[in-house]
Design a protein around this ligand. Structure first.
Ligand SMILES: CC(C)(COP(=O)(O)OP(=O)(O)OC[C@H]1O[C@@H](n2cnc3c(N)ncnc32)[C@H](O)[C@@H]1OP(=O)(O)O)[C@@H](O)C(=O)NCCC(=O)NCCS
Length: 236
């Protein structure tokens, strides 16, 4: 395989590939027109881990709403106010009926402040992605390698705007983060069991219950949660 290292040569090589594969290029354009979620070209250079941007097919789930066109890409500092606002809306929408609005407001201040999001954005061994349609952030996901178990990655956050749930954005955010940790063999998460939509969503993606915690999110939160895991299979 020919290796290219400078930008001009890369562009030339891409042009050659496009010229040699007109059918696939046309098919890709048709899929994008149909409202598929796709990774924005150029995201690869922004990835903090220097990973390839995932296996073919990742980040390409179908958005079902007519005209919906969100791109899954790495988050930047400029996204964080929008992400914080999304988290606040999603948390109230999802958890007010379970924990009460006051407790949710308390958690939002502690966990979703710009400071905590900024710390996550620059944390090594992590991936912070957003779904963006050019006008707003429709969803976010954050995952990070376990500090002690080298084959475990934690899916810490996966949230979609309340008015956009059920349209494929969650699936596509997950497909992206799932491919970002080639050394991980298991993905682990904590979920509120009364959040049945999320439990069904994760079960559908292959997660299984493996245990329980009394302190969801750590820090002696006092919020019990179910722990779920999925085995990650990378092509050999
Ligand atoms: C849970 C969540 C992230 C899922 O994202 P989403 O964009 O709504 O889900 P998608 O549209 O990608 O759905 C993917 C799959 O999940 C399942 N699913 C989604 N919504 C569902 C629902 N209301 N009931 C049952 N299954 C559902 C379906 O099996 C769907 O598979 P399909 O493509 O075969 O239909 C999103 O609903 C959300 O942000 N919820 C509120 C916050 C939250 O609970 N986050 C998780 C915290 S642990």
């Amino acid at each position: 395989m020919k290796q290219v290292t400078d930008t001009g040569a890369i562009e030339k090589a891409v042009d050659e590939i496009i010229a040699a594969n007109p059918d696939q290029v046309a098919q890709g354009a048709r899929q994008a027109d149909a409202g598929r979620l796709v990774r924005r070209t150029g995201d690869e250079v922004d990835r903090r881990q220097g990973q390839p941007a995932g296996r073919p097919g990742a980040g390409q789930g179908q958005a079902r709403a007519a005209g919906l066109m969100f791109f899954v890409r790495s988050a930047s500092g400029a996204d964080l106010p929008g992400v914080a606002a999304l988290l606040e809306r999603s948390w109230h929408d999802t958890y007010d009926s379970i924990y009460g609005a006051e407790k949710v407001a308390e958690i939002t201040v502690a966990w979703h402040s710009l400071e905590s999001l900024k710390a996550r954005l620059v944390s090594p061994g992590s991936e912070f992605v957003v779904a963006d349609d050019g006008a707003r952030i429709g969803g976010m996901a954050y995952a990070a390698m376990d500090k002690d178990e080298p084959d475990v990655v934690h899916l810490h956050q996966l949230y979609v705007e309340p008015d956009l749930v059920g349209q494929g954005i969650g699936r596509d955010l997950f497909a992206e983060v799932e491919t970002c940790f080639p050394t991980a063999r298991r993905m682990r998460l904590e979920v509120e069991p009364k959040n049945t939509r999320a439990v069904r969503f994760y079960s559908g993606l292959g997660f299984q219950e493996v245990g329980w915690t009394r302190n969801c999110g750590g820090d002696q939160s006092g919020i019990p949660a179910m722990i779920m895991e999925k085995t990650l299979a990378f092509p050999g």
